[in-house]
Design a protein around this ligand. Structure first.
Ligand code: 4NP
Length: 159
């Protein structure tokens, strides 16, 4: 069993979408992965994803409407094998809570899986329009495809 956590600022736009996309891919590939998401902030704790995120995901056949925002905690370093962040500010916020090198090693900018070492951000769509949400979907779909395939290989190898 592989465990993956998706992290953004509010846990209502980017990370719940990443969670939904990776879960969809895991189901289609029949992979056993535990997937969750969290926000670095406490702004939206307990809320469902943004309406625009829910609508965008629906358009692509993915249901994220029942997810609820929670805040990232230090215990997440123990619960998850991999922690994917959306931008460099998420990265610093999560890294600042790391207790040791092993914790830090779990944290990765998600688009580095598509564009290695680029440290590209998944742009925050919260203050923009619909197109921003579609752009986030396209980027996260590419990243989750790479992540799912890598986990598939890892599980096949039994490591
Ligand atoms: P997210 O987007 O980090 O992708 O969930 C945001 C949601 C809310 C806020 C910022 C970003 N906010 O400032 O409330």
């Amino acid at each position: 069993m592989e465990t993956v956590l998706m992290v953004c600022l509010g846990n209502i736009c980017r990370s719940p979408l990443a969670e939904g996309i990776l879960r969809d891919k895991a189901e289609k590939l029949n992979l056993s992965i535990t997937i969750d998401s969290a926000g670095t902030s406490n702004y939206h704790i307990g809320e469902h994803p943004d309406k625009r995120t829910i609508a965008n995901a629906n358009k692509h056949g993915i249901d994220v409407s029942q997810l609820k925002a929670r805040q990232f905690t230090v215990a997440d370093f123990d619960k998850f094998d991999a922690i994917f962040v959306m931008d460099s500010s998420n990265y610093s916020d999560v890294i600042s809570l790391a207790r040791d090198e092993a914790d830090k090693m779990k944290v990765e900018m998600i688009l580095n899986r598509v564009y290695p070492n680029s440290n590209m951000a998944v742009p925050d769509p919260y203050f923009g329009g619909e197109q921003g949400f579609e752009n986030v979907f396209i980027l996260l779909e590419q990243a989750c495809e790479v992540i799912a395939k890598a986990i598939q290989i890892k599980l096949q190898q039994g490591v």
